[in-house]
Design a protein around this ligand. Structure first.
Ligand SMILES: Cc1cc2nc3c(=O)[nH]c(=O)nc-3n(C[C@H](O)[C@H](O)[C@H](O)COP(=O)(O)OP(=O)(O)OC[C@H]3O[C@@H](n4cnc5c(N)ncnc54)[C@H](O)[C@@H]3O)c2cc1C
Length: 351
Protein backbone atom coordinates (compact mmCIF):
# COMPACT_ATOMS: atom_id res chain seq x y z
CA UNK A 1 0.00 0.00 0.00
CA UNK A 2 1.42 3.47 -0.78
CA UNK A 3 2.48 5.39 2.40
CA UNK A 4 -0.16 8.09 1.72
CA UNK A 5 -3.01 5.54 2.02
CA UNK A 6 -1.95 4.41 5.51
CA UNK A 7 -3.57 6.14 8.51
CA UNK A 8 -1.05 8.33 10.39
CA UNK A 9 0.51 6.74 13.48
CA UNK A 10 -1.18 7.38 16.83
CA UNK A 11 0.57 10.20 18.73
CA UNK A 12 1.51 9.14 22.27
CA UNK A 13 3.70 10.65 24.99
CA UNK A 14 5.93 7.61 25.58
CA UNK A 15 6.27 4.02 24.46
CA UNK A 16 7.69 1.37 26.78
CA UNK A 17 8.98 -1.70 24.95
CA UNK A 18 8.73 -4.71 27.27
CA UNK A 19 6.15 -5.40 29.98
CA UNK A 20 8.46 -7.30 32.33
CA UNK A 21 8.74 -6.13 35.97
CA UNK A 22 10.92 -3.17 35.00
CA UNK A 23 8.68 -2.01 32.14
CA UNK A 24 5.65 -2.25 34.44
CA UNK A 25 7.31 -0.12 37.13
CA UNK A 26 8.22 2.40 34.42
CA UNK A 27 4.51 3.04 33.83
CA UNK A 28 4.37 4.11 37.49
CA UNK A 29 7.48 6.30 37.41
CA UNK A 30 6.41 8.08 34.21
CA UNK A 31 2.86 8.34 35.55
CA UNK A 32 4.02 10.18 38.67
CA UNK A 33 5.51 12.80 36.36
CA UNK A 34 2.19 13.07 34.52
CA UNK A 35 3.44 11.21 31.43
CA UNK A 36 1.10 8.75 29.72
CA UNK A 37 2.41 5.45 28.32
CA UNK A 38 1.73 2.81 25.73
CA UNK A 39 3.46 -0.46 26.69
CA UNK A 40 4.16 -3.19 24.16
CA UNK A 41 5.21 -6.83 24.66
CA UNK A 42 5.56 -9.72 22.27
CA UNK A 43 4.19 -12.09 24.93
CA UNK A 44 0.42 -12.45 25.35
CA UNK A 45 0.64 -11.48 29.04
CA UNK A 46 2.65 -8.97 31.10
CA UNK A 47 5.40 -10.08 33.50
CA UNK A 48 8.44 -10.89 31.33
CA UNK A 49 10.80 -13.50 32.78
CA UNK A 50 8.93 -13.57 36.11
CA UNK A 51 5.70 -14.81 34.52
CA UNK A 52 7.18 -16.77 31.65
CA UNK A 53 10.06 -18.56 33.37
CA UNK A 54 9.45 -18.80 37.13
CA UNK A 55 5.95 -17.64 38.17
CA UNK A 56 5.76 -19.89 41.24
CA UNK A 57 9.28 -19.30 42.55
CA UNK A 58 9.80 -17.02 45.55
CA UNK A 59 12.00 -13.91 45.20
CA UNK A 60 13.83 -12.80 48.35
CA UNK A 61 15.58 -9.59 47.31
CA UNK A 62 12.80 -7.14 46.53
CA UNK A 63 13.19 -4.29 49.06
CA UNK A 64 10.63 -4.44 51.89
CA UNK A 65 9.12 -7.72 50.62
CA UNK A 66 11.10 -10.44 52.47
CA UNK A 67 9.46 -13.07 50.27
CA UNK A 68 7.37 -12.52 47.16
CA UNK A 69 6.28 -14.97 44.45
CA UNK A 70 7.40 -13.91 40.95
CA UNK A 71 3.82 -13.77 39.65
CA UNK A 72 2.74 -12.03 42.85
CA UNK A 73 5.36 -9.35 42.16
CA UNK A 74 3.97 -8.83 38.66
CA UNK A 75 0.41 -8.62 40.02
CA UNK A 76 1.53 -6.04 42.59
CA UNK A 77 3.31 -3.97 39.93
CA UNK A 78 0.19 -4.04 37.74
CA UNK A 79 -1.89 -2.90 40.72
CA UNK A 80 0.57 -0.10 41.52
CA UNK A 81 0.54 1.11 37.88
CA UNK A 82 -3.27 0.98 37.58
CA UNK A 83 -3.95 4.68 38.35
CA UNK A 84 -1.96 5.67 35.27
CA UNK A 85 -4.16 3.77 32.81
CA UNK A 86 -1.39 2.70 30.42
CA UNK A 87 -2.48 1.23 27.08
CA UNK A 88 -1.21 -2.36 26.75
CA UNK A 89 -0.36 -3.87 23.36
CA UNK A 90 0.25 -7.53 24.23
CA UNK A 91 1.24 -10.17 21.68
CA UNK A 92 2.91 -7.45 19.58
CA UNK A 93 6.62 -7.61 18.77
CA UNK A 94 8.15 -4.19 18.16
CA UNK A 95 10.00 -4.47 14.88
CA UNK A 96 10.95 -0.87 14.18
CA UNK A 97 12.03 2.15 16.23
CA UNK A 98 13.17 5.15 14.20
CA UNK A 99 14.07 8.68 15.29
CA UNK A 100 12.31 11.27 13.16
CA UNK A 101 13.71 14.67 12.17
CA UNK A 102 11.33 16.28 14.67
CA UNK A 103 13.09 14.36 17.48
CA UNK A 104 9.98 12.17 17.99
CA UNK A 105 9.99 8.42 17.30
CA UNK A 106 8.23 6.11 14.89
CA UNK A 107 7.46 2.79 16.62
CA UNK A 108 5.95 -0.09 14.68
CA UNK A 109 4.95 -3.65 15.60
CA UNK A 110 4.86 -6.83 13.53
CA UNK A 111 1.05 -6.66 13.65
CA UNK A 112 1.07 -3.19 12.06
CA UNK A 113 0.43 -0.99 15.13
CA UNK A 114 2.13 2.37 14.46
CA UNK A 115 2.85 4.92 17.16
CA UNK A 116 4.41 8.37 17.09
CA UNK A 117 6.13 8.75 20.48
CA UNK A 118 7.73 11.66 22.30
CA UNK A 119 10.27 9.30 23.89
CA UNK A 120 10.94 5.56 23.99
CA UNK A 121 11.96 3.44 26.97
CA UNK A 122 13.29 0.00 26.07
CA UNK A 123 12.77 -2.49 28.90
CA UNK A 124 13.25 -5.50 26.64
CA UNK A 125 15.04 -7.77 29.15
CA UNK A 126 16.92 -10.56 27.44
CA UNK A 127 14.92 -9.99 24.26
CA UNK A 128 11.56 -11.19 23.08
CA UNK A 129 10.73 -14.78 23.92
CA UNK A 130 10.38 -17.08 20.94
CA UNK A 131 9.08 -20.66 21.06
CA UNK A 132 11.60 -23.41 20.34
CA UNK A 133 10.45 -24.91 17.05
CA UNK A 134 10.12 -28.50 15.90
CA UNK A 135 13.40 -29.32 14.18
CA UNK A 136 11.97 -31.17 11.23
CA UNK A 137 12.86 -30.33 7.61
CA UNK A 138 10.01 -28.50 5.87
CA UNK A 139 8.04 -27.77 9.08
CA UNK A 140 7.75 -24.04 8.14
CA UNK A 141 5.13 -24.93 5.52
CA UNK A 142 2.82 -26.24 8.29
CA UNK A 143 3.49 -23.62 10.99
CA UNK A 144 0.58 -21.41 11.99
CA UNK A 145 -1.93 -23.61 10.17
CA UNK A 146 -1.32 -27.17 11.39
CA UNK A 147 1.74 -26.85 13.63
CA UNK A 148 1.38 -24.56 16.66
CA UNK A 149 3.76 -23.50 19.42
CA UNK A 150 1.20 -21.59 21.48
CA UNK A 151 -2.49 -22.30 22.14
CA UNK A 152 -4.77 -19.32 22.66
CA UNK A 153 -8.07 -21.25 22.87
CA UNK A 154 -8.28 -25.02 23.37
CA UNK A 155 -11.79 -24.94 21.86
CA UNK A 156 -10.17 -24.43 18.41
CA UNK A 157 -8.96 -28.05 18.53
CA UNK A 158 -12.19 -29.76 19.64
CA UNK A 159 -13.07 -32.79 17.49
CA UNK A 160 -9.61 -32.92 15.86
CA UNK A 161 -6.85 -35.53 15.83
CA UNK A 162 -3.96 -34.03 17.79
CA UNK A 163 -0.32 -34.83 18.39
CA UNK A 164 1.19 -32.98 21.34
CA UNK A 165 4.99 -32.90 21.65
CA UNK A 166 6.92 -32.06 24.83
CA UNK A 167 7.29 -33.08 28.45
CA UNK A 168 6.88 -29.86 30.45
CA UNK A 169 3.90 -28.15 32.06
CA UNK A 170 2.43 -26.69 28.84
CA UNK A 171 2.53 -30.03 27.00
CA UNK A 172 0.99 -31.95 29.91
CA UNK A 173 -1.59 -29.30 30.83
CA UNK A 174 -2.89 -29.16 27.24
CA UNK A 175 -2.80 -32.97 26.89
CA UNK A 176 -5.03 -33.37 29.92
CA UNK A 177 -7.26 -30.40 28.98
CA UNK A 178 -7.82 -31.52 25.39
CA UNK A 179 -8.19 -35.25 26.01
CA UNK A 180 -11.93 -35.92 25.70
CA UNK A 181 -12.50 -32.74 23.68
CA UNK A 182 -10.26 -33.65 20.73
CA UNK A 183 -11.13 -36.74 18.65
CA UNK A 184 -7.76 -38.25 19.55
CA UNK A 185 -4.67 -37.17 21.47
CA UNK A 186 -1.18 -38.63 21.12
CA UNK A 187 1.53 -37.28 23.40
CA UNK A 188 5.09 -37.63 22.08
CA UNK A 189 7.97 -37.11 24.50
CA UNK A 190 11.63 -38.03 24.01
CA UNK A 191 11.98 -39.87 27.35
CA UNK A 192 9.92 -41.52 30.06
CA UNK A 193 10.47 -38.78 32.70
CA UNK A 194 8.45 -35.56 32.57
CA UNK A 195 9.28 -32.07 33.87
CA UNK A 196 5.61 -31.18 34.46
CA UNK A 197 3.76 -31.04 37.80
CA UNK A 198 3.58 -34.61 39.16
CA UNK A 199 -0.23 -34.42 39.61
CA UNK A 200 -0.72 -33.61 35.91
CA UNK A 201 1.68 -36.37 34.86
CA UNK A 202 -0.33 -38.80 37.02
CA UNK A 203 -3.59 -37.64 35.36
CA UNK A 204 -2.07 -38.17 31.91
CA UNK A 205 -0.93 -41.69 32.86
CA UNK A 206 -4.46 -42.48 34.11
CA UNK A 207 -5.88 -41.33 30.75
CA UNK A 208 -3.40 -43.58 28.92
CA UNK A 209 -4.32 -46.54 31.17
CA UNK A 210 -8.03 -45.89 30.47
CA UNK A 211 -7.35 -46.01 26.71
CA UNK A 212 -8.39 -42.38 26.26
CA UNK A 213 -5.09 -41.22 24.73
CA UNK A 214 -1.78 -42.57 23.48
CA UNK A 215 1.73 -41.92 24.83
CA UNK A 216 4.78 -42.41 22.59
CA UNK A 217 8.39 -42.19 23.75
CA UNK A 218 10.38 -40.78 20.84
CA UNK A 219 11.00 -37.82 18.57
CA UNK A 220 9.09 -36.39 15.61
CA UNK A 221 11.46 -36.67 12.64
CA UNK A 222 9.40 -35.97 9.51
CA UNK A 223 6.18 -34.28 8.49
CA UNK A 224 4.27 -34.44 5.22
CA UNK A 225 0.88 -33.71 3.69
CA UNK A 226 -1.57 -36.58 3.67
CA UNK A 227 -4.76 -37.38 1.75
CA UNK A 228 -6.83 -38.59 4.75
CA UNK A 229 -5.88 -36.06 7.41
CA UNK A 230 -4.13 -32.69 7.28
CA UNK A 231 -0.71 -34.22 7.86
CA UNK A 232 1.32 -37.30 8.70
CA UNK A 233 3.89 -37.01 11.46
CA UNK A 234 6.63 -39.61 11.58
CA UNK A 235 7.91 -40.46 15.03
CA UNK A 236 11.13 -42.38 15.69
CA UNK A 237 10.56 -44.23 18.97
CA UNK A 238 13.31 -44.72 21.54
CA UNK A 239 13.23 -48.50 20.94
CA UNK A 240 14.27 -47.85 17.32
CA UNK A 241 10.82 -48.20 15.69
CA UNK A 242 9.07 -45.73 13.38
CA UNK A 243 5.39 -44.79 13.69
CA UNK A 244 3.44 -42.60 11.31
CA UNK A 245 0.50 -40.68 12.84
CA UNK A 246 -2.25 -38.93 10.89
CA UNK A 247 -3.23 -35.64 12.57
CA UNK A 248 -5.09 -32.40 11.99
CA UNK A 249 -2.77 -30.43 14.26
CA UNK A 250 0.57 -30.79 16.02
CA UNK A 251 1.04 -28.76 19.21
CA UNK A 252 4.72 -28.54 20.13
CA UNK A 253 5.76 -27.19 23.53
CA UNK A 254 9.54 -27.17 23.85
CA UNK A 255 9.81 -23.98 25.91
CA UNK A 256 10.88 -20.50 24.94
CA UNK A 257 14.22 -18.91 24.25
CA UNK A 258 14.97 -15.18 24.30
CA UNK A 259 16.00 -13.44 21.09
CA UNK A 260 17.46 -9.94 21.11
CA UNK A 261 15.97 -9.80 17.61
CA UNK A 262 14.80 -6.47 16.24
CA UNK A 263 16.30 -4.44 19.12
CA UNK A 264 19.75 -5.10 17.63
CA UNK A 265 18.66 -3.52 14.34
CA UNK A 266 17.62 -0.06 15.53
CA UNK A 267 21.10 1.47 15.19
CA UNK A 268 21.70 1.67 18.96
CA UNK A 269 25.17 1.06 20.37
CA UNK A 270 25.52 -2.46 21.75
CA UNK A 271 27.91 -3.87 24.32
CA UNK A 272 27.86 -7.57 25.31
CA UNK A 273 24.55 -8.04 23.42
CA UNK A 274 22.94 -5.29 25.52
CA UNK A 275 22.24 -1.59 24.95
CA UNK A 276 24.99 0.76 26.19
CA UNK A 277 23.64 3.48 28.46
CA UNK A 278 25.07 6.17 30.73
CA UNK A 279 24.29 5.95 34.44
CA UNK A 280 22.91 9.48 34.76
CA UNK A 281 20.04 9.26 32.27
CA UNK A 282 20.05 5.58 31.26
CA UNK A 283 19.90 6.90 27.73
CA UNK A 284 21.14 4.87 24.75
CA UNK A 285 23.37 6.21 21.98
CA UNK A 286 20.24 7.87 20.48
CA UNK A 287 18.90 10.82 22.53
CA UNK A 288 15.30 10.22 23.58
CA UNK A 289 15.65 6.42 23.61
CA UNK A 290 16.26 5.08 27.11
CA UNK A 291 17.08 1.50 28.15
CA UNK A 292 16.43 0.04 31.60
CA UNK A 293 16.47 -3.40 33.23
CA UNK A 294 18.22 -6.49 31.87
CA UNK A 295 18.50 -5.03 28.34
CA UNK A 296 21.07 -2.36 29.26
CA UNK A 297 24.77 -2.44 30.00
CA UNK A 298 27.04 -0.07 31.89
CA UNK A 299 30.13 -0.71 34.03
CA UNK A 300 29.05 -2.53 37.19
CA UNK A 301 25.62 -3.54 35.83
CA UNK A 302 23.77 -6.15 37.93
CA UNK A 303 20.85 -7.91 36.24
CA UNK A 304 18.53 -7.59 39.22
CA UNK A 305 14.95 -6.38 39.37
CA UNK A 306 15.82 -3.74 41.97
CA UNK A 307 18.53 -2.28 39.68
CA UNK A 308 15.90 -1.94 36.94
CA UNK A 309 13.56 -0.07 39.29
CA UNK A 310 16.28 2.48 40.16
CA UNK A 311 17.20 2.89 36.48
CA UNK A 312 13.54 3.48 35.62
CA UNK A 313 13.15 6.27 38.20
CA UNK A 314 16.09 8.18 36.72
CA UNK A 315 15.19 7.48 33.08
CA UNK A 316 11.65 8.81 33.70
CA UNK A 317 13.02 12.18 34.87
CA UNK A 318 15.26 12.47 31.81
CA UNK A 319 12.48 11.36 29.45
CA UNK A 320 10.37 14.21 30.90
CA UNK A 321 13.12 16.73 30.11
CA UNK A 322 13.49 15.25 26.61
CA UNK A 323 9.78 15.55 25.82
CA UNK A 324 9.24 18.91 27.58
CA UNK A 325 12.60 20.74 27.47
CA UNK A 326 10.94 24.05 28.32
CA UNK A 327 9.22 22.77 31.49
CA UNK A 328 10.69 22.62 34.99
CA UNK A 329 10.39 19.43 36.98
CA UNK A 330 9.97 19.77 40.72
CA UNK A 331 11.25 16.88 42.81
CA UNK A 332 8.46 15.60 45.10
CA UNK A 333 7.79 12.80 47.58
CA UNK A 334 4.63 10.68 47.24
CA UNK A 335 4.25 10.93 51.04
CA UNK A 336 3.85 14.67 51.08
CA UNK A 337 2.91 15.89 47.59
CA UNK A 338 -0.80 16.45 47.16
CA UNK A 339 -0.34 16.68 43.38
CA UNK A 340 1.29 13.21 43.29
CA UNK A 341 -1.44 11.86 45.57
CA UNK A 342 -4.04 13.28 43.20
CA UNK A 343 -2.38 11.44 40.28
CA UNK A 344 -2.40 8.25 42.37
CA UNK A 345 -6.06 8.74 43.19
CA UNK A 346 -5.47 8.53 46.96
CA UNK A 347 -6.82 10.78 49.68
CA UNK A 348 -4.38 13.58 50.65
CA UNK A 349 -2.24 12.59 53.65
CA UNK A 350 -3.03 14.40 56.92
CA UNK A 351 -0.67 17.34 57.60
C1 LIG B 1 14.90 -18.47 37.18
C2 LIG B 1 15.18 -17.01 37.43
C3 LIG B 1 15.20 -16.52 38.72
C4 LIG B 1 15.46 -15.17 38.98
N1 LIG B 1 15.48 -14.73 40.26
C5 LIG B 1 15.69 -13.40 40.53
C6 LIG B 1 15.72 -12.90 41.86
O1 LIG B 1 15.59 -13.65 42.82
N2 LIG B 1 15.91 -11.56 42.04
C7 LIG B 1 16.09 -10.69 41.01
O2 LIG B 1 16.22 -9.47 41.23
N3 LIG B 1 16.09 -11.14 39.73
C8 LIG B 1 15.91 -12.46 39.46
N4 LIG B 1 15.93 -12.92 38.17
C9 LIG B 1 16.20 -11.96 37.08
C10 LIG B 1 14.95 -11.12 36.79
O3 LIG B 1 13.87 -11.95 36.43
C11 LIG B 1 15.27 -10.13 35.69
O4 LIG B 1 16.30 -9.28 36.15
C12 LIG B 1 14.04 -9.30 35.35
O5 LIG B 1 13.01 -10.13 34.84
C13 LIG B 1 14.39 -8.23 34.34
O6 LIG B 1 13.23 -7.52 34.09
P1 LIG B 1 13.04 -6.72 32.73
O7 LIG B 1 11.68 -6.09 32.83
O8 LIG B 1 14.22 -5.87 32.49
O9 LIG B 1 13.06 -7.83 31.58
P2 LIG B 1 12.18 -9.14 31.30
O10 LIG B 1 11.59 -9.68 32.52
O11 LIG B 1 13.08 -10.03 30.50
O12 LIG B 1 11.01 -8.59 30.36
C14 LIG B 1 11.33 -8.07 29.09
C15 LIG B 1 10.10 -8.15 28.21
O13 LIG B 1 10.39 -7.46 26.99
C16 LIG B 1 9.74 -8.13 25.94
N5 LIG B 1 10.41 -7.79 24.66
C17 LIG B 1 11.70 -7.88 24.33
N6 LIG B 1 11.92 -7.45 23.06
C18 LIG B 1 10.70 -7.07 22.59
C19 LIG B 1 10.25 -6.56 21.35
N7 LIG B 1 11.08 -6.33 20.30
N8 LIG B 1 8.93 -6.29 21.20
C20 LIG B 1 8.05 -6.51 22.24
N9 LIG B 1 8.43 -7.01 23.43
C21 LIG B 1 9.73 -7.28 23.61
C22 LIG B 1 9.89 -9.61 26.31
O14 LIG B 1 8.92 -10.40 25.68
C23 LIG B 1 9.73 -9.57 27.83
O15 LIG B 1 8.40 -9.84 28.24
C24 LIG B 1 15.69 -14.27 37.89
C25 LIG B 1 15.66 -14.75 36.58
C26 LIG B 1 15.40 -16.11 36.34
C27 LIG B 1 15.38 -16.61 34.92
Amino acid sequence: MPEDDIAPPTAVETVIIGAGPVGLFQIFELGLLGIGTHIIDSLPQPGGQCTELYPDKPIYDIPALPICGAQELVDRLLEQAKPFKATFHLGHEVTEVRRLESGRFHVETALGTRLDAGAVVIAGGVGSFQPRRLSIPGVEAFEGKHVHYRVRAGANFAGNDLVICGGGDSALDWTVALCGKARSVTLVHRRSEFRAAPATVAKMRDLVAAGKMRLLEGNAVAIRHDNQSALQLEVRTTDGGAISIGADHVLAFFGLHPKLGPIAEWGLQLEKRALSVDTEKFQTSVPGIFAIGDINWYPGKLKLILSGFHEGALAAQKAYHYIYPEKRLVFQYTTSSSSLQKKLGVAPAPR
